[in-house]
Design a protein around this ligand. Structure first.
Ligand code: SF4
Ligand code: SF4
Length: 252
């Protein structure tokens, strides 16, 4: 294992006849899933794998490469990888009560105040960002989109009253006839789902022959759909994700 602490990728020290291929940027060619180079048994991670990213990405690479190395050392297929541990827990505490703050705020991002530029330019040791005061920090935190809380839809509980569609503040729920083409379906939603990088959720066919379609891109995770639903077909569930680890670790 070679630990790199530099700020620039340089691989001149790797001889070019070892079977490790490099691309046009002189970066090693790496499998995005296994982190294996083109030479079996040689793995890369962090900035050395796909160029500069942040430390969280580097740690994630480390976990994935460790899984590959562990499988490789046991003569197992490094492409046959363990799944991450995923759990969803209902956050419902009462009809109108949730274990998370679901207030919808329309505040735009608060800007962190900075020290006077003349002072900071004159004195390079002076802190530029002053940080929020307590009140602004609280307001900024209230803008949290609760993306760890997910909406979950249960088809067989839905009586198709359309109440969730009415109350959703962003109109991201539509009950409509399904279409053969995803593009057509996207354009027929209450608000067309134009961001194709975000999958849309399409339910099974419901009793009236319609489907429930939700555009996650628009969801505020406010929980109003789940509060309004008379049959609890919608639930707001907290999402826990535990990345897969090398070796056979059991999660409780
Ligand atoms: S959580 Fe809020 S924004 Fe998301 S679907 Fe339900 S009502 Fe709409
Ligand atoms: S409010 Fe509940 S029962 Fe009514 S349409 Fe929405 S999910 Fe179905």
């Amino acid at each position: 294992m070679i630990i790199a602490i530099g700020q620039e990728n340089r691989f001149e020290w790797i001889e070019r006849n070892l079977g490790i291929e490099f691309d046009q940027w002189d970066m090693p060619v790496i499998d995005e899933k296994t982190f294996c180079s083109t030479r079996e048994g040689v793995f890369f991670g962090g900035d050395a794998a796909f160029g500069p990213k942040n430390v969280i990405t580097a740690v994630a690479h480390g976990h994935q490469a460790a899984i590959s190395i562990d499988l490789y050392c046991q003569n197992e297929d490094i492409k046959d990888r363990p799944n991450p541990d995923i759990k969803l827990f209902s956050t419902k505490m009462g009809i109108h009560e949730w274990s998370y703050d679901s207030d919808v705020t329309t505040d735009i991002r608060y800007i962190v105040p900075q020290a006077n530029k003349k002072d900071t330019l004159r004195n390079r040791k002076k802190e530029v960002e002053l940080g929020f005061d307590l009140q602004t920090a609280f307001k900024e935190a209230q803008r949290c989109l609760n993306c760890d809380v997910q909406t979950e839809f249960t088809e067989n509980k839905c009586i198709e009253c359309d109440a969730c569609m009415d109350i959703c503040p962003t109109s991201c729920i539509s009950f409509i006839k399904n279409e053969d083409s995803e593009d057509t379906l996207r354009m027929k939603l209450l608000v067309p789902a134009i961001n194709k990088e975000q999958d849309i959720l399409v339910s099974d066919i419901l009793k009236t022959g319609r489907v429930m379609v939700k555009d996650e891109d628009m969801c505020l995770h406010c929980g109003l759909c789940a509060e309004r639903c008379p049959t609890a077909a919608w639930d707001m569930k907290q999402f826990f994700y535990n990345t897969a680890k090398a070796g056979h670790i059991c999660y409780v």
